[in-house]
Design a protein around this ligand. Sequence first.
Ligand SMILES: [Zn+2]
Length: 328
Amino acid sequence: MAEDDFLATLRAFEGRSVGPVDPADDPVNVPMIRHWVEAMGDTNPVYLDDAAAQATGRDGIVAPAVMLQVWSMKGLKSQGPRAATEQSSLLDLLDEAGFTSVVATNTEQEYGRELVPGDVLSTTAFIESVSEEKATGLGVGHFVTTRTEYRDQDGELVGSMMFRILKFAPRPKGEAKPNRPRPAVNLDNQFFFDGAKDEKLLIQKCSSCGALRHPPGPMCPSCQSLEWEAVEAGGKGTVYSFVTNHYPLVPAFDYPLNVSLIELEEGVRLISNVVGIPADAVEIGMAVAVEFTAFDDELTLPQFRPVGPSSAVSDGQPAESTSSDRSA
Ligand SMILES: [Zn+2]
């Protein structure tokens, strides 16, 4: 199929419904609001305290606006085999054309009014747009944008959500691996990446109260000071948590890909990779030490390698011993 014809076929899906009207399982309710604000650490009293909400001119408590999607989520229960929809047909077409990988790229919500306990929502969704073929850092592909509309018990539109994915073609076998994606460097975190280039693991330290913090930010969360300096960490830590990423296959990485949250001896945690062992051998509590990997001329990042007896067989290098057993 010619490229123009293919795009016309894709764009014919624009505006089509993704499925029938989907009623929420539960009305907007206080217990779910309570769990959400506790999990998020949101202490605004208008979400749980009627009197505080009334003092702001509201009739009573309201649900946090960003809970919008919560009310239509289906939880973990089995939903059975998925019915074919216009969206699945569109994605099948893209698969057949070689755009077999998918990654969610961005989402935006818009709010019509504040939701209150007792509101009963239902959703409809449609395909809003399909982009022309784009060359991206992940590969060549098409952006597919869907929009979900939220209506209340009276049919009033109370919010909507845009959700965009990129369907892209994975790197063909034998093709050179592209560069690792660039981090988003800004005034607050540039020191960290500059330090990595010099093979130093630098952590932000509040000049006022001395608290360490990571990821970098403009203000101390302990004392609100804007004054800070960078200190070099010793580079030893443990695996606090990790995930093993199998999908989507982003061409710059090797899979399965370990992504670990490393707790440094200094007490702060940072996201990195454990290297030198298979992804399925990484364990929580594992002692690790930093090393610096130059991915290309511009980008050097800290990564972590296991230290201690269990790592001795991993790469033939003699293993260091740790001074204390931090997993105890
Ligand atoms: Zn401080």
